[in-house]
Structure formats: C-alpha cells, structure tokens
Design a protein around this ligand. Structure first.
Ligand code: NAP
Length: 293
C-alpha cells in the first residue's frame, strides 16, 4: 500500500484510474498534456507534476493511458525519461494493436524497463467499482503478480491473458471490435428504424431485452468451428443474407447509412458464390479468414 503510483494521461479514463488508485490509498501523482485536466484531481488531493519526467520520478509504478501508442512514444522516448523508467515498472493501458504492444515492449526491453501491457474493458465510471468488467494484461506473469495489488484498485477483475506481450490487446480487439461494437451499431440502427416507423422506444427496448439472451446461441458457433462442420438445418447463409438486404433497402429509402449492411452482404455473397448458400452461418469464418485474397 505504500507504493507510489503515477498516472500519465488524465483524460476520461486516466482520471478514473488515478481517482481509483487514490481512493485505495496509493500515493498518486498525475501528469497531463493539458494541465487544466488535472485540476479536479488536485482538488481531491492527488499530486500533480509539471513534467513527464517529474511525474515518472515520483513513482514506483508508472501507468500510461493516453489516446494511442504514438503519443506514448512521443512522451517517453527521451533519454532522461528512459533512464528514470529503468528502475520503475511501466504499465501501459492505452488501447492499441498487438503489434504496437510488441513494438513498445521491444523498446522497453532495449531500455531495460520492466514493462506490462494492458487493455481496459470498462467505462471510466465503472473503474474502481464491482462494475468494472475486466482489465486484461499480458507479458511477464511475475511482473503482473508483483503489481497486481495496485492493479486491483481498478476492479477485482484484473485478468492475466498470457505471457506473449500483444495478447491483452488481441483479446481486447477480438471482443470489442469484433463483437461489442457490432452489437452497439446494430442497436443504433434498430433505434433509427423504430424511431422512423413510429414504434415506441419502450417497445424497441423490451424486444431488444427479450432477444439479447438468445444471442447465447452465437456461442454454439464455437462447436461448429472446432469440427469445421458448416452443415446446419436452422437457417442457411442464403436465408441470413436477406437480413442485410432488407437493411440496405430500408436505409436507401429512408436515408440511413447502410455501409455496415453493405459489407455484411458482400461477405454473404462471396460465400454464396462459392456454392455455400445452404451452409450454416459459421461458414463465413472461412470467408473472413481468407481476407481480401
Ligand atoms: P480522452 O478522454 O480523449 O483522453 C485522451 C488522453 O490522451 C488525454 O489525456 C490527452 O491529453 C492525451 N493525449 C492525446 N494526444 C496526446 C499527445 N500527443 N501527447 C500527450 N497526451 C496526449 O480518451 P479516454 O477515453 O481517456 O481514452 C484513453 C485511452 O483509454 C484510449 O486508448 C482508449 O481507447 C482507452 N479506453 C477508454 C475507454 C472509455 O470508455 N473512455 C474504455 C476502454 C479503453 P489532453 O488532455 O492534453 O488532450
């Protein structure tokens, strides 16, 4: 508990991280490019630093949370900061790709910095509460175990994904980009349609809530992928493809953006063209995996 922590970057998420640390009793210092954003934290009692070097020098553990990895490099790739970080632990919590995480780890290793990479699966308001879904980490298990008491300030669900450094980012984009964002776009499109067709928002919400538990069926796709069994007797790809077609038609008629449905339909059409119109939805795995080629 007597460890000192610095948070570099106090945007929406960084502020939440710093506040959670402070509330758990860690001596917490913050630095932000736009200094005014640290003022609410200073009023709470957190220390503010005037430079990145000053902030890093205050801490045993440095947590970075800015908009992207390029900004982190701009902030930290200076000989005096690299030297200060050498005797400290750097925990990186900015979202990015596995390749960016590996590049940063390679830089950290060359500089002799102990480095852990993470990805946040939570909204700022849930940080430090039981509502924090998860924060994913990858890299050295030994380092993770060492800093875990600090990381637990953000929520009980500090998850070590694996010892390959990009794995936290990979799991993050797999579930966030591939799943959660698709569902959220779907929610907005449905809302627009109901609004335009005079369906009360309560009716829409009730139906979404009724349908949502049925999405567990998505997980059944796993078994099909394991077996490479694309036969199915519930709904064929040809039948599924009618859904994006309807969305495109509706979007054209009512001026709604239908680019997501366009992309979905093009994937269905590739599968149908390959003679798989009667296959199960799971066959699209083969189409996605193959990429543009
Ligand atoms: P934000 O409120 O826009 O804050 C961005 C932060 O990055 C600010 O502190 C900003 O500093 C800093 N920054 C941007 N460019 C910089 C530069 N060139 N040099 C130094 N600092 C720079 O964004 P956020 O929501 O806190 O998100 C931060 C990270 O958390 C992102 O990687 C995001 O994907 C991740 N995340 C966010 C959420 C969420 O719900 N918000 C959830 C999961 C993960 P200034 O104040 O000076 O602009």
């Amino acid at each position: 508990m007597n460890q000192k922590v610095t948070v570099v970057g106090t945007g929406r998420m960084g502020s939440a991280l710093a506040t959670a640390l402070f509330k758990k009793g860690f001596a917490t210092t913050v630095w932000n490019r736009t200094a005014s954003k640290t003022e609410p934290l200073a009023r709470l009692g957190l220390r503010t630093a005037e430079s990145v070097l000053g902030a890093v020098s205050e801490a045993d553990v440095v947590i970075v949370n800015v908009n992207d990895y390029n900004s982190i490099f701009q902030l930290l790739r200076h000989p005096e900061i690299e030297s200060a970080l050498r005797s400290r632990i750097l925990v990186q919590l900015t979202s990015g790709t596995p390749d960016e995480a590996r590049e940063m780890e390679s830089w950290a290793r060359q500089c002799g910095i102990s480095y852990l990479d993470g990805a946040i699966w939570s909204s700022p308001q849930a940080i430090g509460t039981p509502e924090c879904t998860a924060i994913l980490y990858s890299g050295s298990q030994e380092l993770f175990d060492r800093v875990k008491p600090i990381l637990m300030a953000f929520g009980e669900n500090a998850r070590f994904v694996g010892n390959q450094i990009g794995q936290a980012s990979a799991l993050d984009i797999a579930v966030l980009a591939g799943f959660a964002i698709s569902a959220m776009f779907g929610f907005l499109q449905g809302y627009i349609i109901c609004e335009a067709e005079n369906i009360p928002v309560e009716t829409y919400m009730q139906f979404v809530k009724r349908v949502a538990p049925g999405l567990k069926g998505v997980l059944q796709t796993y078994a099909k992928l394991q077996e490479k069994d694309y036969a199915g007797d519930q709904a064929s790809l040809a039948a599924w493809s009618a859904a994006p077609k309807c969305l495109i038609d509706w979007g054209r008629e009512h001026g709604m953006d239908h680019s997501i449905a366009d992309a979905q339909l093009s994937l269905f059409e590739k599968a149908i063209k390959a003679g798989k119109g009667q296959a199960d939805f799971a066959y699209l795995y083969e189409i996605l995996r193959r990429g543009a080629g």
